[in-house]
Design a binder for this molecule. Structure first.
Ligand SMILES: C[S@@+](CC[C@H](N)C(=O)[O-])C[C@H]1O[C@@H](n2cnc3c(N)ncnc32)[C@H](O)[C@@H]1O
Length: 822
């Protein structure tokens, strides 16, 4: 097999056979078959393009499932990742496919040394027709790979010489059981010291993309106790939330390369490369020594471009690596000494890995061995038959095949089973009764499925339904979701270390951010005190349209309390930390406490972040937020700004909370323009991440006079947010969210963004143009009537509205027996 430029697009490479293969014969070697939990389809991961959907994959053979039957309920959460051939080949559809991939069942699920507590199986490729030398290898389509779908109706081949000249040989190792444990990679040929044993294209990943995001059953949404919990108010309000949390790392972690001080991870894709095992070079007693090391290939791939690109963090790299230009990296395994055919290939995984493995071994000895069997094993051991009297282990359950035919009607709680074809609508069920009539029928209670990935063809089932006349073949024993060993808290998870010396990982791939304090002067400010933003290097003002302003401590305290008690914090945790981002440009109303109505928005994909806004959705809610601002002491800020900038009056006309946990370079934009320097977005940080560099990119000098056409050439500085300091972005202050990723530490950044303006006849239209929220309405008269509403040069009584007695903050004060000081 050779990996060489695709006949359809020279930027993309694909897999060819260099020899004749007869129908029915096996290709290459065994390879990796990993299940991936994917309950979070709104967050893109590069492996989304590579995975196979266990429900829609079919082969021409008898063994046309890629997944054990007993995992069918949980497989709504799962996709399958296949190493080597399964990732490097293109899709030919049923018409053009010349190979198929067959799962080699393996009961490895709890054995040390395999993937370490996993459902890791193996895969083998087989020719489904005769294949000529030089033919592209094509598999049946993966379910969700659009890129592949475009190619599938063409057949192509290249000459053997062509392949030899341009391609990488992908057949250098075989995968066999290893004396170390699990399977290992064994050399097929003699390799002399210093020669390349194997080239491997790598998939670049961000560490957070290996999180297992767990969905909760809809029925487990908390009720009653805390009326502000998100799932309560999320129901039926236009926004489809999943209810999930990050549980732990995928088994996939054990197959990737990385280092602890970086979020960049690498997955080797060459056939067999995932089976290279560890041998320590440090251990003197060990007779087994590593015989390969790693380096970047300069012959293949784009190491020079990708490693030099100062893109940070890995999200940027991912965009380059998967963009139209098809940049990719190739790793080389180089022989440290002569390797004979049949020698196991061994790499030093590094000291961190060794330490983690030893700790894991120790833990396993101390822990009672978990008595876990798969549903299939249980069935064999206990000759299982569905009976209402059987007590099953907690990790097993019965499932019934049930399509809800009456999905559009009011849910009835009794139904007669009426589905002749058994496909994939398996739902949890309890057996009530077995009728020993001539066909052996059952009466059961079918429960809604936990997964939001439930196929729509199965019909929606919101509540449990009693179903009669279910035949035996529509009942199965399955493993409950999230009970497989791969979800065990004790499963071993550790990446393989890349070389720590030299420049294998360029400096800008490493954490922490190389420039943690940013580029600007952070002088101390008292509440209400203003200062322009200045370069640290020259003390020059960066842009005339941006300022820092001192904010009283109470602003942060009170607004945080407000966010917690209103449920705003829950909303943001849910969409950022817990990984339930809305889709780009999705938005909708959410009712929160005190009869308020809020509007949750995620901007378009050009923002390249999971930033979300939550703003008041109507007048009552807007006033509610303003009252919280008043209680926080924000009037001091208005007074400072008004006086320093010589305003006539000020109104906080557009008030929002904003949160983010991941952003790539960010979208350069201005918040307001052409208002005569009378409007500012005051960003008040409420929660800052502990593990962060600067958060805001600020463009030098941009203003409304010189436009933004040449912004590519502008100098960009990085601003670090501080508590008790607001940053003010005014007319033409071009800025963007810096590239950050807080997900590894489960953190988010939260800020209040308060738009204030000295509104007048001249600037009202320009201000209206920048409205992005549901409230206030696009109404010039209303805006003009608000001029000077919250601060006036000539009238000290103009202030933010005081909270009413029934405001949530006042009720909390009253119940705590304290009087709010204002
Ligand atoms: C890249 S995989 C290697 C292939 C793996 N043996 C399999 O069959 O799937 C890495 C995993 O193999 C196991 N492993 C590799 N080298 C090992 C060693 N020297 N001792 C124990 N386990 C090892 C660990 O479970 C590790 O997480």
């Amino acid at each position: 097999m050779y990996f060489s430029p695709s006949p359809w697009n020279p930027h993309q490479w694909t897999l060819y056979s260099a020899v004749t293969i007869t129908a029915g014969s096996l290709l290459g070697s065994l390879d990796l078959f990993l299940s991936i939990t994917d309950a979070n389809p709104n967050e893109y991961s590069p492996w989304h393009d590579l995975v196979w959907d266990p429900l829609s994959y079919t082969t021409t053979s008898e063994e046309n499932v890629l997944y054990p039957e007993a995992l069918w309920e949980t497989n709504y959460l799962h996709d399958i990742l296949l190493g080597g051939i399964g990732s490097l080949t293109e899709c030919g559809g049923s018409e053009y496919a010349n190979i198929e991939l067959i799962a080699v069942p393996a009961d490895h699920h709890n054995r040390q040394g395999d993937g370490s507590a996993s459902t890791r199986q193996l895969i083998q490729a087989r020719a489904i027709r005769d294949i000529r030398p030089g033919e592209v290898l094509l598999t049946p389509c993966r379910a969700n790979n659009q890129k592949m779908m475009r190619l599938y109706n063409r057949n192509a081949s290249r000459t053997f010489d062509d392949l030899l000249q341009q391609g990488m040989c992908m057949d250098t190792v075989s995968v066999q059981p290893s004396s170390i444990g699990g399977h290992g990679a064994f050399s097929k040929q003699h390799v002399s010291t210093g020669q390349v044993v194997m080239h491997s294209p790598v998939l670049l990943l961000d560490r957070s993309q290996l999180n297992v995001v767990q969905q909760h059953a809809r029925s487990s949404y908390p009720t009653g106790a805390n009326e502000n919990r998100l799932p309560q108010f999320a129901r039926g309000h236009g926004i489809q939330f999943n209810n999930t949390h990050v549980r732990r790392q995928q088994l996939f972690t054990n197959y990737v390369y990385g280092r602890d001080d970086s979020n960049v991870l690498l997955w080797p894709m060459a056939p067999g490369s995932n089976f290279i095992q560890h041998a320590s070079s440090a251990s003197h007693e060990s007779e087994i020594l590593p015989n390969v090391g790693m380096q970047w290939s300069r012959q293949y791939g784009h190491a020079d471009t990708l490693l030099a690109s100062e893109s940070y963090p890995v999200m940027e790299l991912l965009e380059m690596a998967f963009g139209e230009d098809g940049y990719y990296l190739v790793m080389e395994y180089v022989a440290l000494r002569d390797i004979k055919p049949g020698d196991e290939i061994l790499l030093d995984y590094g000291m961190d890995w060794d330490a983690a493995w030893n700790e894991h071994q120790q833990q396993m000895q101390e822990l009672p061995r978990e008595a876990f069997v798969t549903a299939d094993e249980y069935k064999q051991q206990h000759a299982w038959e569905p009976l209402s009297t059987t007590t099953l282990p907690s990790y097993l359950q019965t499932a019934c095949h049930f399509m809800n035919m009456n999905a559009s009607e009011e849910p009835s709680n009794v139904a007669i089973w009426q589905n002749p074809t058994l496909s994939y609508c398996w739902r949890p069920c309890d057996i009530l009764e077995r009728l020993d009539d001539e066909n052996l029928h059952y009466t059961v209670v079918v429960h809604p499925m936990e997964s939001i990935r439930e196929p729509s063809e199965c019909g929606v089932l919101k509540t449990a339904v009693q179903v009669t006349q279910i035949p035996r073949e529509a009942i199965r024993l399955i493993n409950r979701p999230y009970t497989l060993p791969e979800y065990s808290d004790h499963a071993f998870r550790h990446e393989i270390s890349v070389p720590l010396h030299g420049d294998f990982y360029p400096r800008h791939w490493l954490l922490p951010d190389p420039q943690p304090y940013g580029d600007f002067i952070a002088s101390p400010l008292t509440p209400g005190m203003m200062a322009p933003i200045r370069w640290q290097s020259s003390a020059q003002v960066v842009t005339p349209w941006a300022f820092r302003v001192g904010v009283p401590t109470s602003v942060r305290q009170v607004l945080l309390e407000y966010c917690e008690s209103m449920g705003i914090m829950d909303v943001f945790r849910h969409v950022t930390i817990e990984g339930n981002a809305l889709q780009a440009r999705q938005n909708g109303y959410l009712p929160l406490a005190d009869g308020t109505k809020w509007y949750l928005q995620r901007p378009g994909p050009e923002w390249r972040s999971n930033l979300h806004w939550l703003s008041p959705g109507d007048e009552h809610s807007h006033e509610h937020y303003l009252q919280a601002l008043s209680a926080s002491g924000f009037d001091t800020v208005l007074d400072g700004v008004g006086k320093y900038l010589g305003m006539d009056g000020l109104v906080a006309f557009h008030v929002t909370f904003i949160a983010v946990s991941q952003s790539t370079e960010g979208y350069q934009h201005h918040d307001v323009l052409w208002t005569g320097a009378k409007t500012y977005n005051v960003i008040v940080p409420l929660l800052l991440a502990n593990h962060t560099g600067p958060e805001l990119d600020l463009v030098e000098g941009a203003s409304f006079e010189d436009g933004f056409d040449d912004k590519e050439d502008r100098i960009v500085g990085r601003y670090r947010y501080e508590y008790e300091v607001g940053s003010m972005m005014g007319d033409g202050a071009v800025h963007a969210t810096s590239a950050v990723d807080y997900r590894r530490h489960n953190e988010m950044r939260l800020a209040a963004t308060i738009y204030i303006a000295d509104v007048n006849e001249q600037n009202a239209n320009s201000i209206l143009k920048e409205y992005t929220q549901a409230y206030p309405p696009d109404d010039r008269d209303l805006l003009l009537s608000w001029a000077g509403r919250h601060w006036k040069k000539t009238d000290p009584s103009a202030q933010l509205p005081r909270p009413s007695d029934d405001h949530i903050l006042m009720r909390r004060r009253a119940s705590e027996g304290t009087v709010m000081s204002q």
